[in-house]
Design a protein around this ligand. Structure first.
Ligand SMILES: [Mg+2]
Length: 320
């Protein structure tokens, strides 16, 4: 018994020590250290050590100096900024009401179009985006909070493959109503099909489980090449009278919005103001989107600190 206890204690001690080493965020340079040697000791690459500490000459380091092993502002800290947007999107009754409002209004537009006798096209269609327009991925966003990594395909793809995203309130009723009127529904999404087709399979299974209509190869148009949706929109427009488009990202409506800065996006939005609530129906997404990229001038490789600073720099602040 005593042996087992001391063995357990030893294991606990080793675990504590190794966890401690793992959590170490700085290192004091010892006599005889080189960056190569330190890198081996602390498990941080030489390149990272150089960048984190602004080292000009990697061959010149000084005994007793403190080296940073983690950034001053980590991705985990940046992810804290997701809390308010995600809580609002997922748990506010206001977001739920906006979702109902949006689909109720889209139904009015569809009904108006159906009653319009000047429309001569044989088939009508609506085009909708998927993520944060029809289905809700806020569980994935919430999962990032408290983690020291951001969105990436290595975690996003398994989420897609799981096919468990719920529908946004009112979406299932609206899309089935539209289908019942003989109007086609096209889903144009930048989710990737993926090499083994698992992106398509997971997405289709998700839509089918939710009872959404037209979840088939003809109507579910995921990304196989460019993120630009123009070609896929044109494909639908060539065969149908498109009543309206729905999306949470202005690129879901027009490529004019892609890759431009914050001010320009606002200006182009003003330019198309007559289309919103008419042909373009926007859903709110405060968690992520092209709007975020525009704040970084699309430097998605910005460090967590640079991202946080860019977000704060963009704010219009009370001059008081
Ligand atoms: Mg979307």
């Amino acid at each position: 018994m005593k042996k087992i206890t001391s063995l357990l204690l030893a294991v606990l001690l080793i675990m504590t020590l190794s966890m401690g080493a793992f959590a170490m965020d700085s290192y004091v340079i010892e006599q005889g250290d080189t960056l190569y040697r330190i890198s081996g000791k602390v498990g941080v690459s030489i390149e990272e050590l150089v960048e984190l500490n602004g080292i000009e000459n990697p061959n010149l380091i000084y005994t007793g100096d403190l080296l940073k092993l983690v950034p001053d502002y980590s991705t985990m800290e940046l992810n804290e900024q997701l809390v308010m947007a995600t809580a609002w999107f997922q748990q506010s009754a206001e977001m739920r009401a906006i979702s109902y409002q949006t689909f109720n209004f889209a139904k009015v537009l569809v009904d108006m179009d159906l009653a319009d006798e000047t429309v001569t096209a044989e088939t009508r269609a609506i085009v909708v985006d998927l993520d944060e327009t029809i289905i809700d991925n806020s569980d994935y966003e919430a999962w990032l909070i408290g983690k020291d990594f951001g969105y990436s395909s290595s975690t996003w793809n398994p989420w897609i493959q799981a096919g468990i995203a719920p529908a946004l309130p009112g979406a299932v009723e609206f899309l089935n109503y539209v289908a019942d009127q003989g109007v086609h529904v096209y889903y144009i999404s930048n989710r990737k099909v993926l090499d083994d087709n698992s992106g398509y399979i997971g997405t289709k299974a998700n839509l089918m489980a939710l009872g959404l209509p037209f979840a088939d190869e003809e109507h579910l148009l995921l990304r196989t090449g460019s993120s630009n949706k123009t070609e896929r929109r044109t494909y639908v427009e060539d065969q149908h009278h498109v009543i309206l488009y729905m999306g949470d990202n202005l690129n879901d409506f027009l490529a004019d919005f892609a890759g431009i800065g914050v001010d320009e996006r606002l200006a182009v939005t003003d330019q198309y103001k007559a289309e919103f609530g008419k042909k373009f129906i926007v859903m709110p997404n405060p968690m992520y989107g092209e709007w975020e990229g525009s704040i970084y001038n699309f430097n998605w490789g910005f460090s967590p600190l640079e991202k946080s600073e860019a977000r704060k720099d963009i704010l219009r602040i009370w001059d008081h």
